[in-house]
Design a binder for this molecule. Structure first.
Ligand SMILES: C[S@@+](CC[C@H](N)C(=O)[O-])C[C@H]1O[C@@H](n2cnc3c(N)ncnc32)[C@H](O)[C@@H]1O
Length: 252
């Protein structure tokens, strides 16, 4: 009986992988990976067969229950099986369903964390998600519910948070902005949209909540997070952020 490693590949740049993840990839016999994983990261798995199993919203992806089953079957035949996910596996990565399936089947597993999109975006901007006297409360949230999943009040979380990072929300920008403003969030709340954080094609836009759909239209169709909160206003008051965003845009 083999072991399954749920490994975080990080937000994009291949050198943001942990040493532990790299070492496991070298030993892997089979790698099931997401669509967003960088080709250079996959190349580390020199002995492995690589199988793409998902997932960009709106495009074809393998059903989650099928992935869960494939992991169990693979661990019955191979010593080292890797499930390689973008960012950190434990955030918006459906890791729990895979963990539950492995536990139920009695398969040994281990989680290897990765750099998540929220902290990668904060790093790109040079803006801390927390800041003394301004933000001590950060929320990672998505408005997207999977098929059959109960709706949750994502907007309440954004309203309550000092800083919010919205995953998988750029495509819904118009609805997000309208919902948040309709629920009482000030239209002048500073926001930033960071697309493709850590990748050469990265882009960043900033403005206010009222501009959200405008900013989202400027972005491409790469993975993007939306940051909302006063930490951005404080940072924008410093010319450094504006300069930083401009330089990201120039590089794009
Ligand atoms: C299915 S979720 C997976 C999140 C991942 N587990 C993580 O920890 O970052 C995919 C979403 O993460 C965000 N994302 C992933 N990579 C990103 C990047 N390089 N820049 C900005 N956002 C990114 C986008 O919101 C994208 O739609």
């Amino acid at each position: 009986m083999g072991k399954v490693y749920l490994v975080g590949a990080g937000p994009g740049a291949p050198d943001l992988l942990t040493l532990r993840a790299a070492e496991i990839l070298k030993r892997a016999e089979l790698v099931f990976h997401d669509a967003l994983v960088h080709p250079q990261t996959l190349e580390l798995a020199v002995h492995a067969r690589k199988i793409l199993v998902g997932k960009r919203s709106g495009r074809h992806s393998t059903a989650q229950s099928f992935i869960n089953k494939r992991l169990v079957d693979a661990a019955r035949k191979h010593a080292v099986v890797v499930r390689l996910k973008g960012g950190d596996p434990m955030l918006f990565g459906r890791a729990q369903e895979e963990i539950d399936g492995l536990r139920k089947a009695g398969i040994d597993f281990e989680i290897v964390p990765g750099v998540t999109a929220a902290t990668a975006a904060a790093a790109e901007l040079g803006v801390s998600l927390t800041r003394r006297g301004i933000a001590r409360h950060v929320v990672f949230v998505t408005p997207r519910a999977a098929e059959g999943e109960r709706e949750n009040d994502w907007a309440a979380s954004v309203l309550a948070a000092d800083t919010a990072v919205i995953y998988m929300g750029a495509g819904l920008a118009e609805e997000l902005g309208a919902e948040l403003i309709g629920r009482g969030k000030s239209p002048t709340t500073p926001i930033a949209l960071v697309e493709g954080a850590t990748l050469p094609e990265k882009r960043a836009f900033h403005g206010t909540l009222a501009d959200l759909s405008k900013l989202a239209r400027k972005a491409g169709d790469g993975p993007a997070v939306v940051l909302v909160g006063e930490v951005l206003r404080a940072a924008l008051a410093e010319p450094v952020l504006a300069e930083k965003i401009e330089s990201i845009l120039k590089r794009a």
